[in-house]
Design a protein around this ligand. Sequence first.
Ligand code: NAD
Ligand code: DAU
Length: 349
Amino acid sequence: EKYDKTILITGGAGFIGSHVIRLFVNKYPNYKIVNLDKLTYAGNLFNTQDIEKQTNYSFIKADINDKENLNAIFKTYQITDVIHLAAESHVDRSISGPMDFIQTNIVGTANLLEIARNTWKENPGVFYHISTDEVYGSLGKEGFFTENTAYDPRSPYSASKASSDHLVRAYFHTYKLPIKISNCSNNYGSHQFPEKLIPLMIHNIKQKKSLPIYGKGDNIRDWLWVEDHARAIDVVFHKGKLGETYNIGGWNEWTNIDLVHQLCKIMDEKLGNPVGTSAKLITHVTDRAGHDQRYAIDATKIKKELGWIPSITFEEGLEKTVVWYLQNQDWLKNVTSGEYADYYEKNYN
Ligand code: NAD
Ligand code: DAU
């Protein structure tokens, strides 16, 4: 087998990673795509089922904290490039237990950097680190996060991602490791684990359960369709400049309460409910500790320099997302019941 590149994609069984894997496996038959994932509660192989038989794809169950194993994988597969998405990703979990975030997001990233630096001495490939807008902290009513905004992370999750971003940049300056970083706003779309706002609300509306809004619900997030994030990752990987950072966002700010009302409206239509039925389920609950008020990305750089813009509107994306969840109730059942663990045992062991 001769491939132009052999790309290690970490976290490819998770939400965003699975979309990146799907895009790369289908679009680049000349690349070998190696998906490395620990399969934590957030990762499952139902997310990549449609491409798992393709010859340019392999899956390896491994932990980025297991340095020896990573080293062996780099050598065995002759990894030429890395796109690093594996992480603990949920802010609320980082508040109740920060240590897994510190271990995986900081130490795990450092392990990958060390192995790339030591293995790629002759002919280094691209080490592309996927990060978040949360590293920039919280905005008031005005302004946007640009690539030059000072880091000001406020949760254990965002602090762990900020640390990993700093390490990645340090490897560029100190060791000339060819890195790229992108910091993206909130993603939504198919295959997102139902602890995150949008799938949680869709699921609860369907089950007629209460819809927990943290605090007043006036916090603002900038939402981007996950497949547009995957397209941006493709563009940065191929055309982005080494050592640089690209902010990715949807120019699409919503307060949580308005967004949940919008979801209630779509769900009432889909379920044939009288207008206003689902909104009655909205319940204000205790606010998240240290809850960031507003995120908003200025994505001018990636637009101007690399020609990327989102491909669909929020209305279209939200509609597609609701339809996907309603049509994939089995997926929801599997990922919340642990059946994906049996699936792995059956298919890969
Ligand atoms: P996710 O939680 O859905 O998926 C994370 C994946 O990483 C899972 O498959 C999990 O099994 C795997 N993983 C976790 N720990 C691991 C370890 N120690 N070794 C190997 N694999 C491990 O997360 P996501 O929402 O898809 O986010 C992916 C990346 O994108 C993360 O780095 C996150 O910080 C970043 N990001 C997410 C968003 C968002 O809105 N979800 C926005 C910007 C950036
Ligand atoms: O901005 C990018 C980040 O977006 C990513 O880096 C993270 O990995 C991802 O989880 C996401 O973080 P958020 O904290 O913004 O996403 P979450 O879906 O947890 O919450 C979105 C908003 O909704 C936030 O203001 C908290 C609020 N919320 C969330 C939940 C789960 C509620 O009001 N009720 C809820 O039940």
